[in-house]
Design a protein around this ligand. Sequence first.
Ligand code: ATP
Ligand code: MG
Length: 272
Amino acid sequence: MEIRRQEAVVMNTECVSVEGLSVSYLSPTGRVDALRNVSFKLYDGELVTIVGPSGCGKTTLLNAIAGLLNFRKDVLMSGKIFVKNPKSIGYVFQRDALLPWRTVIENVTLGLEVRKFPEEKRKKVALDLLKMVGLEGYENKYPHELSAGMRQRVALARAIAYDPEFILMDEPLGLLDAQTRMALQDEILRIHMKTRKTILMVTHDIAEAIILGSRVLVMNSRPGSVKSEYVVKLPKPRSALGSRLDPEFNRLYRLILDDLKEDMRMGQLDLL
Ligand SMILES: Nc1ncnc2c1ncn2[C@@H]1O[C@H](COP(=O)(O)OP(=O)(O)OP(=O)(O)O)[C@@H](O)[C@H]1O
Ligand SMILES: [Mg+2]
């Protein structure tokens, strides 16, 4: 009974709505149209993934949703973006934005300090999360002492730490080796099952998009828009390995790959 009620809520409440969003950058060398007429919705508690060719505007899209492009003189934006609770957004940036002068644990507790969590509680939350992302024992290191993949894991822990309702993730596992990557995919699935946060995640890995997403949005090349959407009907609870062995995974993988390839061919024709 309980589960059914939750699912009904998941289907109905809009968390994010993007309607006819277009974004262009203006620079001294000219104008770049990054996004054209992007529309989609996210419902509460969904984990939706985005794949698309490099440079098609994925980061631009996340930045626009996070409100980071507002008021920028070099950015032209039109369309509508609705976020239910804009004050409660976590963002794992494509390039980790750790503060170099703060230790690992101090980076993770950043958002908790801003929200005036007591020190003991901050420390406990941060240590639990660092353990979860496999960085136990690294809490007093500085970012420059870590590998790129480790820094990415710190950034992931930091985005989750202050418990935002909605999390944007821009290729958060991009720099990890295959094994750590699968472990963290399982971790993201587990966190999502447990907390029911709404997550929008960009990845360049089709397999990852299918394993994690309840829907996969495919973008076409620049100026990017959402060209297709695939509903992933893999059984729950999911695991990274279990999903890969499911025939539904292969079916979707082929479809999405063909979809992306089609766009690449068109992109190449553009160049002729
Ligand atoms: N500040 C900027 N000024 C001018 N052009 C920009 C700026 N930021 C991004 N662009 C351009 O906008 C387009 C979209 O960039 P964006 O970073 O959103 O793509 P992306 O899909 O995230 O790429 P990737 O997969 O490589 O991360 C690119 O052509 C890029 O060169
Ligand atoms: Mg990007």
